[in-house]
Design a binder for this molecule. Structure first.
Ligand code: ADP
Ligand code: MN
Length: 172
């Protein structure tokens, strides 16, 4: 089973997924690292200090990697961690944060004022959540505001255990 963990930068995707890797025998694909390591991008955006992901290359690379990871993973669970994962997976967990808190996290990370504002604005209009509803079959939301990364990780873990239990099939 492939589950996406998405959200505006700063909502805590990488932190939560790293904690999950420690707690559980699930495998996580940190897509941003993979994009950089394997040059899965079309160009470098100097102004934003980021890269433009090549979705075609990513889509062609992932199936083999997911296959490999499923073999080593408990319950064949693979988590795709990235602000792009809702474009790729059918099931997605969207991390959320109250925009003023998100701003603080991104400032701490050393983002430019422009980048901080851009991301806080995207979060305030629920951009990724709206995209997730457009692209995915199943969308779950986790609020990280005022909570620790450990607490957030626990929420994500509960959703994944619920999906693994197969109980939601009975709700149809
Ligand atoms: P993302 O991968 O979504 O960009 P990170 O996991 O890198 O986010 O976290 C961004 C920042 O927010 C880090 O400084 C991290 O310590 C902090 N952080 C992560 N999760 C939480 C949380 N649940 N509550 C508060 N701060 C968090
Ligand atoms: Mn990250």
């Amino acid at each position: 089973m492939l589950i996406g963990l998405t959200g505006t930068p700063g909502t805590g995707k990488t932190s939560a997924s790293k904690l999950l890797e420690k707690r559980r025998q699930w495998k996580v694909i940190h897509l941003n690292d993979l994009i950089k390591k394997e040059h899965l991008y079309t160009e470098v955006d100097e102004k934003r200090d980021s890269v433009i992901a090549d979705m075609e290359l990513i889509r062609s690379r992932l199936p083999e990697l997911i296959d490999e990871m499923e073999k080593e993973s408990e319950n064949k669970m693979v988590i795709l961690e990235s602000h792009l994962s809702h474009y790729i997976t059918d099931i997605v967990i969207v991390l959320r944060a109250y925009p003023p808190e998100l701003k603080k996290r991104l400032e701490k990370r050393g983002y430019s004022e422009e980048k901080v504002n851009e991301n806080a604005e995207a979060e305030s209009i629920d951009l990724i959540l709206a995209e997730a509803f457009e692209w995915c079959d199943k969308v779950f939301e986790v609020n990280t505001t005022g909570r620790t990364a450990e607490e957030t990780t626990g929420d994500v873990e509960k959703i994944i255990d619920y999906l693994l239990s197969g109980k939601e099939e009975g709700l149809k």
